[in-house]
Structure formats: structure tokens, C-alpha cells
Write a protein that binds this ligand. Sequence first.
Ligand code: ADP
Ligand code: MG
Length: 520
Amino acid sequence: MKMKPDQITPMESESNAHLRQLASVGKIAAGIAHEVKNPLTAVKGFLQLLQQESSNQYIDIAHSELDNALTTLNNLLQVSKPDLEFEEYQTIHLSVELESILNLFQDKMYDITIITDFKNNDVTIVGKKSQFKKAFFNLIKNAFESMDGEGTLMIMHESVNNEVIVTIQDTGVGIPKDKLDLLGTPFFTTKDLGTGLGLTQVFSVIYQHGGRIVVDSEENQGTTFTIKIPQLNKKCNQGVKNLNLKFEENYCIKNFFFENRKVFEERLLEEAINVKGKIEEIRQIGNINLLDNAHKLVLFVVEEREHELISFAKQEGVAWAKYSLTLAFKLEWIQAIRRTLWDFLYHFDLLNKTEVDRVTFFMLEKSINKSIDLFLTYFFISYSTYKDELLDKQRNLVENLSVPIIPINDKICILPLIGMIDYLRISTIQDKVLTEIETHHIETLIIDLSGITPMEQEITNNFIKIIDGISMMGCKLIITGMRTEIVRSFTGLGISINHQAEFKGTLQLALNDFFTEKSQ
Ligand code: ADP
Ligand code: MG
């Protein structure tokens, strides 16, 4: 069978719109399937209970019909929303996969001639492998099913302009023109035992991978499905991109970057995929304009303005730390700037038509990479210094808060201690208590210990030193809330603190005592 080029269906020109439409039909169908599935599953459970109570043949029939309905819903859910099923993207060798699918149809090969034409045998695409295999299986199965008796199935693939094109051509019954638009719609089938879900799966997967489908068919002659899948061409991604840049004879490198600002930004955004969506957010949070900063960095790098570069890096590090912006974005951004910068330098060299010798080139390479590394180093140092200082301040604050000396009046203060007291905290207590007694002339300090956990021996020793210090400073000390375990840790040391402090059962008692004493 020979296909004429003008036989291309409306799907060629509108293939994307059609795919989108089908995808949304699929989504709606999947949504409904999901909603209907739950009540049906509940009904199934109740039917099972009914059957246990009194067995009845009608219940059996209802049960098996319900199972059919659930299977259909499950199939629909599976094929119309392939993104629901988690599957990693991986490299797929198309010729290998197509061969292995064809092998599944061994029994048909007596009547049907299979011709394969795999150009660029090592062609790969990146995607969800099992979904792709299922899609090609569905297409090949349909092709076989369209041919009753003898026929020819031809499968071709080739790589053209970063696209992999797979063609599956049969000499079967063909599809009437008025049915072409229905292809891919869930449950559209012309077969007695068909599910009408095969092409739904095919369209969903191809759509999800950014591909296109063209169907070309003539009744009683045959059908051709052409699938085009975008290919991630590694070589092209890693190599230097061809950019359309403005250049005049008298341009210095600075002019060159300035005049091509827009292209630089576009190229940079293409490179920094993750940062791209965050630019506005970062501008709002920290008032940082990433694009302007990129130009600034490039300028400092190409003009070798090292001092300015360092101070800029420091400033950026602080800003980044101050607004707690994600470090990974910065890293991606700088790496993207580096790549874009090199693309630009390549073009500058090309347009400039200067012959640069190897030594000069390597010197330039070294200097540019050194500048960018310098930026990164100073950025990270200033980022982490800022964060460390912040952490220290916060630690001091927390430590101070953990020793709250609360004045009751200008003579009396309370220090309620809560929680665990470790080495760091006991020394904060010591510092703070002695300083406060001195600066605020505290006459009476009430330390409440009702909320602390038992202290280690070493800590208890230090605590006794604080008690000594307080009495040495002439301050009266009242200790309240001594629980048995705390008392034990003091007596266990064989040291008496009775004469340095007064003891009260609770803080309330101490305060009561004090105020009644005063008011008498
Ligand atoms: P099913 O195969 O279960 O019918 P599909 O979604 O795979 O469901 O296909 C839907 C319909 O599209 C088929 O019933 C058939 O009418 C038509 N069709 C698909 N592929 C071909 C083909 N290669 N040749 C002829 N008709 C086809
Ligand atoms: Mg099918």
C-alpha cells in the first residue's frame, strides 16, 4: 500500500490540540472512574456479606457483573492517567523494545509479513519505559487485529532533527474518515471484544512525553500511525548552542555582553531550569534581582575586577543567609551563568575572527573559572559566617532565657529553674546570677528548683559553688522546691549548704512568708 502525502488527517495540523483534548477527556474519565470506584467497592463488600447470610444465584450474578465494572474502571484509571503510576524516566532503546514486542506476536507471523526498518539502530528516548512498551504493544496489536488473513506490517524508526519517529503501518481494514476523530476516546471500539482503551493509553503516554501522533488511513487499504517523540540530544545539550548575537567590529567584550543582554538572560534562564520559577519569589523575599546580579557578576569576571567581585560575593552571601534563601538555587544559578558565559565567549571569539593561540585560550579559561570560583568561595564563606553568628546570638538568647531572673521588687528576685541543667547551662547560671546580684544590688534571691531534673555530681558541685558565691556577695539565698531526689544529690556529696541558704517547701511559701513578714 502506498500512502499519499495529502491523505494526512486533520490530526496532523491539530495534533497537539487533539492530544490535549483527549488528555482532558481521559482526565475527566479518570476522575469519574475514581469517584464511582469507591461506592462500587463498598457495594461489593455488602454483596459478599449478603451472600454469607443467604446464598442466592442472583447475588452471584450481581457480584460477577460488579467485578466486570470494577475491572473496567481500573483499566480506565490505569490508561487515561499514566502519570498516576509512579515510574522513573529512563533511557529506552527503541529498536530493542520494538523487537521484543514483535516477538510476542509469533503466532501471527504465518499469515502476516513483518518488515522492520530501524534506521539509527542505537536511537534512544527518555521516558517511562513500561508505559512506552504498553503503548507500542497496543499499536502493534491493533495493526495485527486490523488484518484478517494475509497482510503486511511495517515498522520503522528513525531520528530526524532531535525527534524520534516511529511508524507502524498495516495493510488492514483501515479507519473510516468520520471515525478518525474518535480515536483515543475512552471506550471507542469497533471490535466485538474490544475495550476501546488501547489508543487512550497510547495518546496519554505520547502526550505526557511531549510527543505527537499522526494517523493516516484509507479504508480497505490500511493505516499508518506515526509517532514523533522529542529526543533529548545529549551532544547538543552539552555542546555550544548557536546564538544569534549582535556584533560590530569595534565591540569590546563588555559591549558585546551589554548589547546582547536579552539573549544572555534568555539563555541563562534556559540553563537554570529550577531557578527560573523562583526569580520573582527571590525578588520579593530578599529584594534580590537575580538577572541584574548575573550581569554584574559577568562584568566583574570578564573585566577581572577581583576586589569588586569579592565584595559583591560577600554582600550576596549575607543577603542569601539573611533571607534564608535556598543554597541549591544559588549554586545552580552560578553554574548556569558560567555555562552561558562560555557560550558567549565562544561566539565573541567566532565573530571577532581573532586567532587565539592555545596558551592564550587556556590562560583565559583559567582566569574566568578562577573568578567564578572566587565568587563562590566568598559567597559561601560570608553565607556561613552570617549563619554562624546568627546561631551564636540565638544560643546566647536561649541560654539567657534559660536563666530568667525575675525581679519582684527592687530588692528581691526569683530564679525559677526548669528542665535539665548541663555544663553549659550551669556556667551561664553562675555568670548571670553573680553579675545580676552585683549590678542590680539584689538583696534576696529565691531559687526555685521544683522543675529541674536530678543533676549529675559534677553539676551539683558547681551548683554549690554558685551558692557559695551568692553568700559571699552578701545576698540572702532562699531555695525552694527541693524534691527528695535533688536533696539526695546534695547530701550524697556530704556537703552541707544549710548555713548558706534558707529552705522553703515551695516558692509560694517563700513569697507568702516574705510578704507577710513585710506587711507586719
Ligand atoms: P480496541 O482495540 O480495544 O478496539 P483501541 O483503543 O485500541 O481499542 O482502538 C480503538 C479503535 O480504533 C478500534 O476498535 C479500531 O476500530 C480502530 N483502530 C485502531 N487501530 C487501528 C488500525 N491499525 N487499523 C484499523 N482500525 C484501527
Ligand atoms: Mg486495541
